[in-house]
Design a protein around this ligand. Structure first.
Ligand code: ADP
Length: 305
């Protein structure tokens, strides 16, 4: 059955060090990466859309053109005058990557300021995906606007997918971070955390503890990612299942491994796969992503669905 997925968050301009001191420009951001991979594995009659805000400048035009080229619907991206897209630069030194960010005035921080716009975009969608980074960039009022629309979506029976994607650097206060991420999970039907982050920031002693904590918040379905150890699925009342990771011969670049897993996983769920089947495909996609450079790996380098 045809449907629509909406990913909500921030896509940034990415500058990567290239030969001879040159910089190569790309576009990436956790929820956008997930949308990109969802589009690759989604049934053809599903639309994948992105909801964000960009400026009215040339780089914002170019970003939207890039999204459209990847078959992502951009009609829910707002244009805001006198703002622009956020930017980050990847530095490579002795094989180690580090990042600099210029995002504190990005247009995307205002993505939830127009509640009507947000409501229309969410109402037109069947599956909505957001993350802890989406929440981290918003002002407290805007977090509340977004979460109340997501709670409405959940109450209306839509699938609401949340990856806590914990980035302490984006939060000025650890207590507010934990509280807001917890509120995010309450608004979701499917939570897809990474166990190492949950252990570090919520003190979970085991994957079972992570599952129990999120279930107690009202998230029916859980996929707990644990890097090369695979994922643990807890869907409704079904028995908990473990799905191994796909072995990777050489880890080249782990950027967007989790995002690609999320995108591929939800696209196969809506196609009717069982959670364990969807997780196996998502693990092989994530393994392919890890084996190549960059956040957005081309379809032909990834496994077939
Ligand atoms: P995140 O990138 O969000 O922190 P993880 O590190 O748990 O999430 O990785 C997401 C997925 O990527 C894992 O569930 C797994 O399928 C895959 N993955 C990550 N690291 C490896 C690895 N070293 N070998 C194989 N697969 C991996």
């Amino acid at each position: 059955m045809a449907g629509k997925m909406l990913a909500i968050g921030e896509c940034m301009v990415e500058l990567m060090q290239a030969e001879g001191g040159l910089l190569r420009k790309g576009y990436a951001g956790d929820t956008f990466n997930a949308a990109y991979y969802a589009r690759l594995f989604m049934p053809a009659d599903w639309t994948v859309a992105y909801c964000s805000a960009v400026g009215t400048d040339t780089v914002s035009d170019e970003m939207l053109a890039f999204m459209a080229e990847k078959a992502i619907d951009t009609s829910a991206v707002r244009r805001i005058e006198n703002r622009s897209a956020g930017l980050y630069m990847i530095h490579l030194k002795d094989g180690e990557r580090s990042f600099s960010y210029w995002r504190s005035h990005s247009a995307a921080k205002l993505l939830a300021d127009d509640a009507e716009h947000l409501r229309r975009a969410i109402e037109a969608s069947d599956l909505i995906l957001f993350s802890g980074i989406t929440l981290a960039i918003l002002a407290p009022d805007a977090v509340e606007t977004l979460l109340s629309e997501l709670r409405r979506a959940k109450a209306a029976g839509k699938t609401v997918v949340f990856d806590p994607n914990i980035r302490p650097r984006l939060w000025d206060d650890a207590e507010r971070m934990r509280r807001t991420l917890t509120d995010g999970a309450r608004a979701a039907t499917l939570v897809m955390p990474s166990f190492d982050d949950e252990m570090t920031h919520f003190g979970d002693a085991s994957i079972d503890a992570t599952i129990a904590r999120y279930k107690s918040l009202g998230a029916t379905n859980l996929v707990v990612k644990d890097g090369e150890k695979g994922v643990t699925l807890a869907f409704g009342d079904a028995p908990v299942e473990h799905v191994p990771a796909t072995p990777v011969e050489r880890v080249v670049d782990t950027t967007s491994a989790g995002d690609s897993f999320n995108g591929a996983f939800v696209s196969r769920l809506v196609a009717g796969d069982k959670p364990a089947q969807a997780a196996a495909l998502a693990a092989s996609v994530a393994a392919g992503v890890i084996g190549h450079h960059g956040a957005l790996v081309a379809r032909e380098k990834l496994p077939a669905a």
